[in-house]
Design a protein around this ligand. Structure first.
Ligand code: FPP
Length: 244
């Protein structure tokens, strides 16, 4: 699916890789956990700012499939932050008409976290303002593998024919099925890579990499990134519209 921003040039879907919590904390002589805590504050600011700007979908990479390899104490801390975030912020988000969606693998997750995630999703299911998509235990290759397995099962059951597998069918089997592809991807922290994030969905996404660490992210940096996006020339493999 080719992303299509609205005619005012604003992105419909912004995806963010929230990187640099650890380095932000180390620079201040604090433990990495302090950086993650401040990262949650930046997340709150960003959700508010994106809502104010009329962004339709905001997708945040909160914990990757690969993050399990971090030291056990850090993993536990990140899980606790997610748990606390759901416990303390969901009611407010619901009041603000925000729909919460979770993407990522659910098999093997702690049943407590899983049921909190599902409750947040079902509570906010009919909300019509921004969609806040939290990528948790998310890895794009794993997501694609699950989609391929689901499609293969349907083929084996005779529900669809291999010839009917189109890019749209594949998109619809991803965790993001039904959402527009990201128009803009922002990565904080200075690294310039995708780190297994939304690989299929970012086929035509504009990337903005910024040096600031995630805990410093705010409305001004979001607006600056969107401004950079608006100055880009999106051609989707075509050529620029010709003037006669
Ligand atoms: C990357 O920084 C950040 C993460 C792996 C986790 C992001 C999590 C949050 C912002 C808070 C928790 C989220 C929710 C939904 C409550 P890093 O640790 O890789 O930083 P570094 O690259 O400087 O080491």
């Amino acid at each position: 699916m080719i992303p299509s921003g609205p005619s005012n040039g604003m992105p419909r879907h912004v995806a963010i890789i929230m990187d640099g919590n650890g380095r932000w904390a180390s620079q201040r002589g604090k433990p990495r956990s302090w950086g993650h805590r401040q990262g949650v504050e930046a997340l709150r600011r960003t959700v508010r700012a994106a809502g104010d700007l009329g962004i339709e979908v905001l997708t945040l990479y909160s914990f990757s499939s690969e993050n399990w390899s971090r030291p056990e104490a850090e993993v536990r801390f990140l899980l606790e932050l997610l748990r606390r975030f759901i416990r303390t912020d969901v009611a407010d988000l619901h009041k603000n008409n925000v729909r919460i969606m979770m993407i990522g693998g659910r098999e093997g997750l702690d049943p407590g976290i899983l049921s909190m995630m599902e409750e947040a999703e079902s509570l906010t299911r009919d909300n019509t303002a921004m969609k806040l998509v939290i990528a948790f235990n998310y890895g794009s290759r794993q997501e694609l593998t699950r989609a391929v397995q689901a499609i293969a099962r349907k083929v084996a059951e005779g529900k669809i024919q291999p010839v009917d597998i189109t890019p749209t069918v594949i998109s619809n089997h991803l965790d993001t099925g039904g959402l527009p592809d990201p128009d803009l991807l922002i990565r904080t922290g200075g690294e310039q890579r995708l780190s297994n994030y939304l690989l299929w969905q970012c086929a035509y996404t504009e990337f903005v990499f910024i040096p600031e660490y995630w805990p410093d992210f705010d409305a001004a940096l979001l607006s600056r990134s969107i401004q950079e996006y608006r100055e880009r020339d999106r051609r989707y493999g075509g050529i620029k519209a010709q003037t006669a």
